[in-house]
Design a protein around this ligand. Structure first.
Ligand code: UFG
Length: 354
């Protein structure tokens, strides 16, 4: 038995909310404030997205199996369903009355995906198929999908735009690309509009400090540096110091999670107003090397952060940067908080207080 969703379960029940009327366009199909299911909304990126949607007046229900999501990332103003996408009936029940879904719940460890493909097939691919079938069954109109720059594989040119060939080099990236294809077929056959958002390197914490839950066993650079600064890790391994880059370490495009969250809300506005699906990159268009990230973290935290160069990590391209021109053009989006200082400072605020 799932918990009651209250007014979230009735699409047109909440006509007035906190003094704001729900507004419709001329043909009464576009809802300005929507009922949104945020699947994976207790996770790192999901909690930032849920916060952003709430701030913009949407009615949010978080659906999360808490396998990596945290109860402390839930907000009082949002309903919560402790559910799993693999359980189709749970998903259908939670999607009844929803206008849209943000689909974040997925396994995302690139290295693990290469040794445990079955785990990624079930969670990522089966989860996505369940979502789409549940969307058909319930009449859900809009999906915002957390895709990844991992769909591109080794860059053929930089910066990477959306026309770049897609040739994922790891199973995780393959699952993201396949899900994009499912979404595009359901757009064509079922009229479900979708925004596939290809994130580059998500980092940072809510600029207003409202999200406190820290990722468990992180595999990404900035949280590893933060754990080292806190003393919960002994040191940072720099994976390769002999790349063809100015300081020999890999360059990535780090994008602040609050900027990512804003893009989700804008993408929802776009696909509902224009009635068409989109695929866009989300990156800062700036490249930072591992050493630059480390030096900024040493300065901002005031901690020594021990580090040593080790072997290259297999599959790491020397340099990845995004073109976000399409997101700017279609969504009016820009990265506002993605300077290295802000990325590190907001991360340190979260780690230092924990
Ligand atoms: N790195 C280290 N030491 C570490 C961890 C990372 O030197 O302990 C380096 C990596 O070699 C890489 C950079 O830091 O050069 C960033 O590595 P991350 O593991 O943080 O991120 P990736 O660039 O490998 O991948 C991330 C996401 C993927 C996504 C990709 C898109 O994890 O899901 O960005 O650009 F697909």
């Amino acid at each position: 038995m799932l918990p009651s969703l209250g007014c979230h379960a009735h699409r047109f029940a909440c006509v007035y909310r906190a003094g704001k009327s729900v507004t419709f366009d001329a043909d009464s199909t576009i809802l300005k404030y929507m009922n949104i299911l945020v699947i994976g909304g207790a996770g790192y990126i999901g909690s930032h997205v849920a916060r952003e949607l709430l701030d913009r007046g949407h009615r949010v229900t978080v659906f999360d199996n808490l396998s990596s999501g945290l109860r402390e990332n839930l907000f009082q103003e949002a309903a919560f369903v402790h559910g799993d996408m693999i359980r189709y009936e749970q998903l259908v029940q939670s999607m009844n009355g929803m206008d849209g879904a943000v689909y974040l719940a997925a396994f995302k460890a690139v290295g693990e995906s290469m040794v445990k493909p079955e785990k990624y097939s079930v969670n990522n691919i089966v989860g996505a198929v369940n979502l789409l079938n549940a969307a058909s069954e319930t009449g859900l109109k809009y999906i915002i999908f957390s895709s990844s720059a991992a769909v591109y594989g080794e860059p053929a040119y930089l910066p990477i735009d959306e026309k770049h060939p897609t040739n994922p080099e790891n199973y995780y990236g393959f699952t993201k690309l396949e899900i994009e294809k499912f979404l595009s077929w359901y757009d064509r056959l079922r009229g479900i509009r979708c925004a596939s958002l290809r994130y580059f390197n998500a980092a940072g914490y809510d600029v207003k400090g409202r999200i406190k839950g820290l990722e468990q066993n992180p595999a990404n650079l900035i949280p590893i540096i933060m754990e080292t600064a806190c003393g919960t890790r002994g040191g940072l391994q720099i994976f390769g110091g002999d790349y063809d880059t100015p300081d020999g370490t890999c360059i990535r495009d780090y994008i602040h999670v609050s900027d990512l969250a804003a893009a989700h809300a804008l993408a929802l506005d776009y696909i509902s107003a224009n009635g068409k699906s989109i695929t866009v990159n989300l990156g800062s268009e700036k490249g930072s090397s591992v050493r630059e990230v480390l030096e900024t973290a040493r300065r901002v935290t005031g901690k020594p952060i021990p580090a040593a160069v080790s072997d290259r990590r297999p599959g790491d391209p020397a340099k990845l940067t995004a073109s976000a021109a399409l997101a700017r053009e279609l969504l009016g989006w820009e990265a506002k908080h993605s300077g290295l200082e802000t990325l590190i400072k907001t991360s340190w605020d979260a780690y230092n207080q924990a």
